[in-house]
Design a binder for this molecule. Structure first.
Ligand SMILES: [Zn+2]
Length: 313
């Protein structure tokens, strides 16, 4: 049985585990992410790997990392939320653990996990859209993970949706993720509550004030029928649908998989995304529309995907 270790490195925590060829996690662990120090980060990852490798016969390590990873899957060129700049993570961790290592963008790893073992199973062309604080993405075409020429492909959240629109952390403005992410949902809900307090009674009760409204309040208030919260989800659905329709025009996937933290509230918006997508798709009525599915693997997708990519390296 070919076992690997998958590691999912985020800004606050590192999730890791032993993954078999069926995508099953045999043992897992969680550590605090020393996001500010590349040296401590490499040591922490290596320590976690060594701990598991002592108990399991693993043959390789896959690291999914929240950053721009080069085309050789070795170096993290830049990470918006971590201290990595031109970080040779593959080499550093590889020397510390004595195993082959591959480094992959975390959203790519997540997409690969869903494609192989989750909601994308059975499709050869899958676009995974991770809707969280921002929007991440991964693209599988013809059964292969699409990385682009320099490894920087599938940064779906930074397509410009609105010329001259809301400022984005990437340095541009009007990026799709500023309209269709969890933070956009929250901003929209707060704006709605400000403009129409009478329609936001649940939101305002939960948040205590417009500024006090948090992401989970928007979901809870929407479930209670709060008008402002429902309108925020409606806006999210429309923006998501437009982005998916645009990607369908370019990539023509068999399915989209919606993952990320916001997908936990998918029952509040995914039917609307499907409707709006069908209404906006180019060539509609004369082509099979891509299915829009909700991710199945939750936060484990990245870890499992990274481990699987290490096996297939
Ligand atoms: Zn951007």
């Amino acid at each position: 049985m070919a076992l690997t270790i998958g590691v999912d490195v985020g800004g606050t925590k590192i999730a890791y585990g032993v993954v078999d060829e069926h995508g099953t996690i045999l043992e897992r662990g969680l550590r605090h992410s020393p996001a500010g120090s590349p040296e401590k980060m490499a040591l922490t990852i290596a320590d976690a790997v060594t701990e598991l490798a002592a108990r399991h016969a693993v043959e390789a390590v896959g690291i999914g990392a929240a950053g721009f990873v080069d085309e050789t899957r070795s170096v993290i060129r830049f990470a918006p939320n971590l201290a990595w700049r031109e970080e040779p993570l593959r080499k550093k961790v590889g020397e510390l653990v004595g195993l082959p290592v591959v480094v992959e963008n975390d959203a790519n790893a997540m997409a690969w996990g869903e494609y192989r073992f989750g909601a994308g199973r059975g499709e050869s062309h899958v676009v995974c859209v991770t809707v969280g604080t921002g929007i991440g993405g991964g693209i599988v075409l013809g059964g292969e993970l699409y990385r682009g020429r320099w490894g920087m492909g599938a940064e779906l959240g930074h397509m410009q949706a609105v010329p001259g629109g809301r400022a984005c952390g990437c340095g541009n403005s009007g990026c799709w993720e500023r309209y269709a992410s969890g933070s956009a949902l929250l901003m929209e809900a707060r704006n709605n509550a400000q403009a129409d307090p009478a329609g936001a009674t649940h939101l305002l009760r939960l948040g205590g004030s417009v500024e006090g409204i948090q992401g989970e309040h928007v979901t809870e208030a929407a479930r209670q029928g709060d008008r402002a919260a429902l309108a925020a989800f409606e806006s999210l659905a429309e923006w998501l649908a437009q982005g998916l329709a645009d990607m369908a025009a370019v990539l023509d996937p068999g399915c989209f998989v919606i993952g990320g933290g916001v997908s936990g509230a998918a029952d509040l918006f995914v039917d609307r995304v499907r409707e709006e997508f069908a209404a906006r798709l180019t060539g509609r009525g004369h082509r099979p529309p891509a299915e829009i599915r909700v991710a199945e693997m939750g936060p484990s997708a990245g870890l499992v995907g990274a481990g699987d990519l290490a096996r297939l390296r």
